[in-house]
Ligand binder design. Structure first.
Ligand code: 13P
Ligand code: SF4
Length: 328
């Protein structure tokens, strides 16, 4: 095992050249992983980049659904996920055709702005009950769920995607928080499902109150995976890269960051004259943190772990992703 950091980096860079590879990193990755990547971004930017890259191999430093989307969009490239167990629990919640009992209650959602299907329902069940209603799948889903959907979305484009569809209703899965946020920002009826990200769902109204007391001058930004009552109290709701763009363009100098703390690295690096406070110090996605420089090096050495999607799933899933990329 190489412990010297610069030797480790040199080895990775040599492999990268030799294998005509590009390293992509999500905004939540460890600082040193972001630093070695060729491109760092949010889910939408990473999908766009993966679709247009001229290379033989993509080493995707993120979670499984992100590498899977890259493989769906660019099947001719070898797509590697350096850590096999780096999954997204939300993406694994809803199934295309099997029920998945997750939990039975909707705490804090007595009057949700969207109709929320409980977890006993698979996507096919919901489609059967709402014939002809288009399905929007958040990219945080499996390839099978994307293949059952009309179009994908990310936190950066969910409202634009919904508005691009015909009719006055949409099914939007799996994140109920993102779906409810979209429902508040469109006139269409949004039929949701009871999925959630446990990192963002832990943020409470009290956290916002505390942040405002501790940092009275700061602008509060929140990711749409937070609970709807939290989003209603935030000053700005957007994707991870949306937060970076917003903070860069804003005349304000202090910001509370309501998302996974990995984003702080880019915020501080790219806007060094501004101050950023995490909304909660425990907003840490353990799956995003699994990837290290050592695992990237192993990935190159051992060609692990190749992400592939069978053609009968990949082709309809690609249609849904391509439609999204055409919208925004
Ligand atoms: P972004 O698309 O905003 O980067 O979010 C991805 C994600 O997994 C949020 O938890
Ligand atoms: Fe999934 Fe949440 Fe981690 Fe994002 S932060 S990858 S939604 S578990």
């Amino acid at each position: 095992m190489i412990s010297d950091l610069s030797a480790l980096r040199d080895q990775i860079l040599r492999f990268k050249e030799e294998k005509r590879a590009v390293i992509l990193s999500h905004n939540y990755q460890r600082d040193e992983v972001q630093e070695i990547a060729d491109f760092v971004g949010d889910s939408l930017e990473l999908s766009r980049t993966a679709a247009t890259l001229d290379c033989a191999m993509i080493v995707f430093c993120g979670v499984h659904f992100m590498a899977e989307s890259a493989s769906i969009l660019s099947p001719e490239k070898t797509v590697l996920l350096p850590e096999r167990e780096a999954g997204c629990p939300m993406a694994d919640m809803i199934r295309a055709d099997a029920p998945r009992p997750v939990r039975k209650t909707f705490p804090g959602f007595e009057n949700p702005p969207a109709y929320v299907y409980p977890p006993e329902f698979s996507l096919k069940d919901i489609k059967k009950q709402n014939p002809g209603v288009p399905v929007v799948a958040y990219v945080n889903t499996t390839a099978e769920v994307k293949a059952e959907s009309d179009i994908c979305c990310t936190s950066a484009n969910v409202v634009r995607v919904i508005e691009s569809l015909p009719g006055d209703a949409v099914i939007c899965v799996p994140d109920k928080n993102l779906s409810m946020w979209a429902a508040k920002n469109t006139r269409k009826k949004v039929i949701a499902w009871d999925g959630y990200c446990n990192i963002h769902e832990r943020v409470t109204v009290e956290d916002i109150g505390r942040a405002r007391r501790e940092h009275p001058q700061a602008v509060v930004m929140a990711h749409p995976e937070c609970r709807i009552e939290v989003l209603e109290l935030a000053d700005h709701v957007t994707s991870t890269s949306g937060m970076l763009r917003f903070a860069t363009a804003s005349p304000e100098t202090e910001f509370v960051v309501g998302t996974e703390i990995g984003l702080l690295h880019r915020l501080r690096k790219e806007t060094p004259n501004k101050v950023f406070y995490p909304l909660r110090n425990d907003m840490v996605c353990p799956n995003m943190k699994k990837t290290t420089l050592q695992s990237i090096l192993r990935s190159f050495r051992e060609n692990t772990f190749v992400v592939n999607v069978p053609e009968h799933v990949r082709i309809p899933a690609k249609l849904a992703l391509d439609r999204m990329l055409r919208v925004a």
